[in-house]
Design a protein around this ligand. Sequence first.
Ligand SMILES: Cc1cc2nc3c(=O)[nH]c(=O)nc-3n(C[C@H](O)[C@H](O)[C@H](O)COP(=O)(O)OP(=O)(O)OC[C@H]3O[C@@H](n4cnc5c(N)ncnc54)[C@H](O)[C@@H]3O)c2cc1C
Length: 715
Amino acid sequence: MNFSRLALLAFIVALIVAFFAFDLDNYLTLEALKAQQDAIGSYRSTHPVMAVAIYALIYIAVTGLSLPGAAILTLAGGAVFGLLWGTLIVSFASSIGATLAFLAARFLFRDAVKARFGERLQAIDAGVAKDGALYLFTLRLVPVFPFFVINLAMGLTHLKTQTFYWVSQVGMLAGTVVYVNAGTQLGQLESLSGILSPGLIGSFVLLGIFPLIAHKIVEAIQANKIYAQWPKPARFDNNIVVIGAGSGGLVTSYIAAAVKAKVTLIEKHKMGGDCLNTGCVPSKALIRSAKLLAQIRNASDFGIKKADAEFDFAEVMNRVQAVIKTVEPHDSVQRYSDLGVEVVEGEAKILSPWEVQVTAAGETRTITARSIVIAAGARPLVPPIPGIEDIAYLTSDNLWALRELPKRLVILGGGPIGCELAQSFARFGSKVVLVEMLPRLLIREDSDVADIVIAKFRQEGIEVLVEHTAKQFIIDNGEKILLAEHQGQQVRIAFDQVLLALGRVANTQGYGLEELGVELSPKRTIAINAFQQTNYPNIFAVGDVSGPFQFTHTAAHQAWYAAVNALFGGFKKFRTDYSVIPWATFIDPEVARVGLNEQDATEQGIAYEVSTYHLDDLDRAITDGVAQGFVKVLTQPGKDRILGVTIVGEHAGELLAEFVLAMKHGLGLNKILGTIHIYPTLAEANKYVAGVWKRNHVPEGLLRCVGRFHAWRRG
Ligand SMILES: Cc1cc2nc3c(=O)[nH]c(=O)nc-3n(C[C@H](O)[C@H](O)[C@H](O)COP(=O)(O)OP(=O)(O)OC[C@H]3O[C@@H](n4cnc5c(N)ncnc54)[C@H](O)[C@@H]3O)c2cc1C
């Protein structure tokens, strides 16, 4: 906590302590009020303006400091100023006081709460942004939670101050009138408890929950309105129809079939989708061959005098296909049919929220289903760079048909796919130029990660051009040239082949979404809510087509939620849990991350501490000749709670698993430190980084005492 926060906290605590120490609470009782009523009344007659000012200030102080006594003060308002003026003064004073308490809670504790509950708070903030005013209104009217708790709790959310103020003022008005009115009859009041009769409380509850219920009804009507133009079938062929048999579609179907639902999976191209055919599997197979080649080239580093590798690029690419063939049965029609899924190899088109048309082998049929899950994936982005259509560009879709190694290869895009392929092709012997528009590669990662990657790439002969924007492709004297712009200057890059690795665009056209009016997000992916639902609640979307992540494991993760919500959402719906999402970029050295890195934490205003362990110190990394990279852990200040981990190094993706498990199950660095790790393994790095954290948090005072104790024992 910084100085200004500490000072304010100390000031508030001092005022509260003084309030009780001077027994000021004794003045805020019904008896004291009755006893003083005449004296206060006569002061008010002689000094009307001053009386209002003093009264309002006391009221604001009591509510602003969350002290007990607001109810008595409200009665006093009625007793001293009458119904109209009392209501007016109390209404403003109570709203101002509540807002001060709200602001104080926000200033003092919001950052700390954000640091502790970052991701979860985001979900609450999203809810507050949508329905916060309604909830606050209900809370103000339904006398379940004390007002001071509401003030403080709302201060921790993202609710706008002005919204808090006016909703509070309107929401508290009914209660204020009742109490002020009771105050006008002060002489007949025996206790506070009689003011709100059960009937009156019931009316308040009804008044409070009415807007909430009305809001829910309007939401339900709006949701149903979207279905109005589509006749609903009396009965359905299926429980679910799934469009696309990539990672997202396969897992959705698997889960639906496992719980005995009737599910049809439609795939228009290849079972397994992008990951198996053009993504993870072929790229990792290619990376493996390239890595072996690099290792052979570096054999002398390992005491081997001569090791030559002769290779034929076409054979490497044939092996890639062989690997795909070996994995293929996992995603095959046969396997999924055996699991109880009806698999149709054809093209799907959504006709209505409950009807999907399938065209397979020239035949068309329509399947009706209670729910539709769209898992149609994404495709490589091809930007409209002038001249691009005149060169036969490569993407991750057609790259795998290549059998001749490009001599000079330009790769546009320094993200994970661009980096993985740049290093592989360079290792096979292509002269690779990696062109990135932004100031560094792997822009989502911290700059220390990019520094290691760029250094390694340059050492391996890759020309890394950052802050270079591709402007035009031309063919000059039969030679293909990329014209790029760098700091206002034109740069000419000659090449034989160009590979576009500029991101992936969701497949949202040509299969019925436009006709139905399925909404898209600003990123042109299908817009989904926390339950994977589109604007048609029975149509779900998962994987690359919806985002927000584009990984096989996140598509599979979302698929569970889509399948369960589609089948059982009528009873209970589950929000997709994005709290712990790991990923890796399979370059050498590998880069893996889970949770926050420094740039994310800084952007989100989350306080953190960093513990870093460098792999050049690790025995196993040294013996294996892979002593480069680091394990960097972000923790909550003063605590061992892990906020995020970045690992750069050999097998980083595998090493990260321990932290993913720890974060998922709330285990801190102390637990990792207290776990036996086999010697000598790379995984020991995880324990050592926990040791770094521990050393930075040793209780110095205690150690000094222990040192003195040992000295005393030595005599
Ligand atoms: C080079 C590369 C490397 C990658 N490496 C990794 C990695 O290492 N790790 C990782 O996690 N991710 C990786 N990815 C990303 C990963 O491949 C995707 O995130 C994942 O495959 C997305 O799965 P999906 O189910 O959403 O879509 P897809 O796998 O794209 O599946 C969508 C399917 O829907 C079908 N389809 C579309 N429209 C219709 C229709 N109208 N009717 C019927 N079928 C239709 C398509 O034919 C396709 O088969 C990589 C991607 C690339 C390009």
